[in-house]
Design a protein around this ligand. Structure first.
Ligand code: FE2
Length: 309
């Protein structure tokens, strides 16, 4: 997986670079080729051997491959595996093997974003030692990412930022963006032209109204539901033209627009963790992002999974 993704990222960067160098196209043609494209966002796969989850991911992949136009690349939104928080090393490896096997047919660049269930041993009751290889995000970095869990890249006139919203308090994960990453984000945005549209991908929402629907309108979200210092993140993001923030974690399909930025929580490939539709109304699915000039349209696509009973 690591080698495939490394290769794929290089291929993507190479193709993005060559698109700006086509000398035979006039301005209109090159603009239209550069700025009209599709991306797929898939989040909260929670792959595991049980409940047919691996076959569900394969069905999702099949639907993505049938899309016309095909996506240029995939963004993931975290929680690739069912859970690494309190499992053995063998169980963790099994989940990553399934993920590698079932995503391989995509054969396109995949830009991964870490979720809270992708970290190894960050739970108060976990028996995983802090000295064990792979502890925390190390296993995710070894199996899925080949560099930091936050990064950015450009594609056809857009800037894409992938953030790591998973922090830890003692042995308990929480939604948090650390100071080093905030500094990096500030620099990355400063280096991004003010007229370049931006898409951000992260796992723990920074703006969501979900608890007002599932709990009560006065329920205060905790950093187990949202990114605790999400305001700090948004204060930086709003210095540039951030059109869309793709969020995960709550498994619901939701869109909130504020100050010109749309915060979409993008359902889940696993629905209600492979036990049906989330809250009975959000089916298993993924999202297409269709870019046209400086605008982007999102469509949630249920892929037709039938829950195993
Ligand atoms: Fe999840």
């Amino acid at each position: 997986m690591k080698e495939l993704l490394t290769l794929s990222r290089r291929s993507l960067l190479a193709s993005a670079g060559s698109a700006t160098l086509l000398p035979s196209l006039n301005h209109f043609e090159s603009s239209s080729k550069r700025n009209t494209f599709r991306v797929v966002h898939m989040t909260d796969l929670h792959i595991q051997p049980e409940l047919g989850a691996a076959d569900g991911v394969s069905l999702c992949v099949k639907k993505i491959l049938e899309l016309n136009p095909r996506p240029d690349f995939i963004l993931t939104g975290g929680d690739h595996v069912m859970d690494l928080l309190n499992v053995s090393g063998a169980r963790a490896d099994l989940q990553f093997s399934l993920l590698d096997e079932r995503l391989k047919p995509l054969e396109m660049p995949i830009y991964h974003c870490v979720g809270n269930h992708d970290v190894y041993g960050w739970a108060p009751n976990s028996s995983v030692s802090e000295r064990e290889p792979g502890y925390g995000k190390a296993l995710f970095e070894e199996k899925v990412r080949d560099s930091k869990t936050y990064y950015s890249f450009d594609h056809k006139g857009w800037h894409f930022i992938v953030l790591d919203t998973i922090g830890v308090r003692g042995r308990q994960w929480m939604g948090h963006v650390d100071d080093d990453q905030l500094q990096w984000l500030k620099s990355d945005l400063a280096a991004t032209p003010t007229d370049r549209p931006i898409v951000v991908t992260l796992h723990m929402p920074i703006i969501t109204s979900i608890l007002q629907e599932t709990e009560s309108t006065t329920t205060t979200p905790t950093d187990l539901t949202v990114t605790g210092n999400g305001k700090q993140v948004f204060d930086l993001l709003r210095t540039r033209m951030v059109k869309l923030v793709m969020q995960g974690h709550t498994h619901v399909v939701e869109s909130v627009e504020y100050l010109g930025t749309r915060f979409m929580t993008a359902g889940a490939v696993s629905g209600d963790w492979w036990k049906g539709w989330r809250l009975g109304v959000h089916p298993e699915g993924f999202t297409t992002l269709d870019f046209d000039g400086a605008s982007v349209k999102t469509t949630y696509v249920p892929y037709g999974w039938k829950t195993h009973r």
